[in-house]
Design a protein around this ligand. Structure first.
Ligand code: GTP
Length: 350
């Protein structure tokens, strides 16, 4: 359960930006500036590469290797242009520090770090072998100026990578906080209603149809009276204790507990036999009944809960609503017939 990953959308947008960044200068720059035909040739090849890439990322489901393709084509587009236009003095060289930022946002911090190391070595190599390249711009630049530009390019690349790194760290924290808030009940820390409904939904629509399940709808008895007598804050403390008590009574690996709303909790027990389900339901009821909560007046409060239990098999379930309705009906029956009991669709006990 996770918030949607924005990177596939970012990837598509980035490829579109790269396409525009190659298409527009290839068309318009020759209209205003006299330059070698090689630039137009390389520009046209880049336009073709990015058009193809845009087609791939916009027509296919996002795949991990798309990000590497973007990285590879980005380098293939940029490096030859830099080679023929003056190395570290090229007008394209300032685009190099942007690449690790792009890759950090589109792929991962680790990929950005690798790319950063590659670009730094590339810049140093450009400076070292400066005189061995053909510079089609024929611009004369002193060695001191070239060194200064190389230093600034290296610094900008390192800073760009550090920015991507920091951004990804913060983004990861925010996303996990957002996921937690979206799926966890703030008061009790157990799953919230949305979360448990998604768990049920996924179990109904995914295979393993022969798996059995029991749905327990648990409602604290006379909770309004607790609130009215001791106040809402104390009521909240009681709900926290009940939630913890239910969580302690179920099997961590196969069962789920949620606060369905107000003083109502929904529990899912999976891959379980009917008698086991009733045993767990009953132990939850007994454990809640044995809770002792100290009131603000230093009294000791005892609580009870009524539990509606519906037992079935995923092959017999069509909708989540149908399941909830069955457990709700059993709970209603329990409330009508005295509370502090488990009422099951299989049999009634205690
Ligand atoms: N403290 C607290 N109270 C809540 C919360 N959500 C719902 N309630 C209260 O829970 C009470 C539910 O009352 P009722 O639905 O009448 O049920 P009940 O008093 O438990 O009676 P039965 O369910 O019939 O046994 C109401 O007073 C709500 O205000 C919450 O988050 N905190």
């Amino acid at each position: 359960m996770n918030i949607e990953d924005p990177r596939p959308r970012l990837l598509k947008l980035s490829v579109l930006i790269m396409l525009m960044l190659t298409l527009l200068p290839t068309i318009f720059v020759p209209m205003f500036v006299a330059q070698s035909g090689y630039f137009t040739l390389l520009g046209s090849i880049n336009v073709l590469m990015f058009s193809g890439l845009y087609l791939v990322v916009s027509t296919q489901q996002p795949k991990h290797w798309h990000r590497f393709l973007v990285l590879l084509l980005g380098l293939l587009a940029l490096l030859p242009l830099i080679f023929i236009s003056g190395g570290v003095n090229s007008q394209f060289a300032p685009l190099l520090p942007l690449l690790p930022v792009f890759i950090a946002l589109l792929s991962s911090t680790r990929d950005a770090q690798f790319l950063c190391a590659f670009i730094v070595l590339f810049i140093l190599g450009l400076l070292y072998f400066q005189d061995d390249f053909v510079d089609l711009t024929s611009e004369q630049v002193s060695i001191n100026k070239s060194r200064a530009r190389a230093i600034w390019l290296v610094l900008a690349t390192l800073l760009g990578t550090a920015f991507g790194w920091a951004f990804n760290g913060t983004n990861k924290e925010l996303r996990s906080e957002l996921t937690k808030r979206a799926y966890q009940d703030e008061l009790t820390g157990v799953k919230n209603r949305r979360n448990i409904l998604e768990v049920l939904q996924s179990k109904i629509y995914n295979p393993d149809k022969n798996q059995t399940l029991a749905i327990l709808m648990i409602d604290v008895d006379f909770f309004k009276k607790i609130n009215d007598t001791y106040g809402h804050l104390f009521g909240d403390t009681c709900l926290q204790q009940v939630a913890a008590c239910i969580a302690d009574s179920i099997r961590e690996e196969s069962d789920h507990v949620s606060r369905y709303g107000g003083e109502e909790f929904l529990v899912i027990l999976t891959g379980i036999k009917p008698q086991q389900a009733l045993k767990i339901a009953n132990s939850i009821r007994e454990n809640i009944a044995s809770l002792r909560v100290k009131t603000p007046q230093n009294e000791v409060l005892e609580m009870t809960a009524t539990i509606g239990c519906h037992y079935t098999n995923f092959s017999q379930v069509n909708t989540v609503e149908e399941l909830i309705h069955e457990a709700d009906s059993a709970l209603y029956q329990g409330k009508q017939t005295g509370r502090n009991k488990v009422v099951s669709s299989l049999e009634q006990i205690s």
